[in-house]
Ligand binder design. Structure first.
Ligand code: DX5
Ligand code: ZN
Length: 222
């Protein structure tokens, strides 16, 4: 059983030279490890890819939440599922057929996530919710960690939460970008139940303690 609220630290803010240690530092405190894959095409930044995920998968038992900020997700997403990712999220803006890709991911053994970037409206995607396991609403513009949280994006969180409730769907509603002690409460109030935090966790003196504080602010018990 998953806890009611998920805290997913993003290793984008970790020390890439010590990735395994950085993940060990959040074991027992984090629910998922958020892995930001960027290709310098979909977003103007380049991070890590499949070989790193394959190696890191062996170093920890925390479920991986892979966030693909890449063009042509059909080409790469299944590989992350096969590498043992728990959830693989691709961007709505990067594919013409999100339902087909979600199906492929589920067949490959992962949960399927649909991400909505800052400038994309969520309305066209609300009817697809029964086909995905996770919806990730960007609370910044995708591409870089350490940006300022944009409260206006929470209207999209509210719209997705309304649909999940109305249709009694089993969908995780995740927020990503600028989530910290001063923003997580608003995101939780808007209806989010999974919270990505990079800087707020790995920029802290004690990452595990930072996670516990975030969880308390989000109102989670688990
Ligand atoms: C940005 C990434 C985020 C990023 C969040 O495009 O998707 O996951 O790591 O970093 P913070 O929490 O620092 O905003
Ligand atoms: Zn992310």
């Amino acid at each position: 059983m998953e806890p009611s609220q998920i805290i997913a630290p993003s290793i984008l803010a970790a020390d890439f030279a010590r990735l395994a240690e950085e993940v060990h530092a959040i074991e027992g405190a984090a629910d998922w490890v958020h892995v930001d894959v960027m290709d310098n095409h979909f977003v103007p930044n380049l991070t890590i890819g499949l070989p790193v995920v394959q190696s890191l998968r062996k170093a920890t038992s925390i479920p991986f939440d892979v966030h693909l900020m890449i063009t042509d997700p059909e080409r790469w997403a299944p590989g992350y599922a096969e590498a043992g990712a728990y959830n693989v999220t691709f961007h709505a803006e990067a594919t013409d057929d999100p339902v087909a890709l979600a199906k492929t991911l589920r067949a490959a053994g992962a949960k399927a996530g649909l991400a909505i970037d800052r400038d994309t409206s969520v309305e066209p995607y609300l009817d697809l919710l029964p086909h995905v396991d996770t919806v990730l609403i960007m609370t910044i513009k995708a591409g870089f960690g350490g940006q300022k949280f944009l409260p206006e994006t929470l209207d999209k969180v509210r719209a997705v939460r309304r649909r999940i409730t109305a249709d009694n769907l089993e969908v995780r509603l995740e927020v990503d970008g600028g989530i910290a002690a001063d923003t997580i409460e608003q995101a939780a109030e808007a209806g989010a139940d999974a919270f990505v935090a990079g800087t707020a966790v790995y920029g802290a003196q004690n990452p595990a303690e930072a996670i516990r504080k975030l969880r308390a602010l989000a109102g989670g018990v688990g």
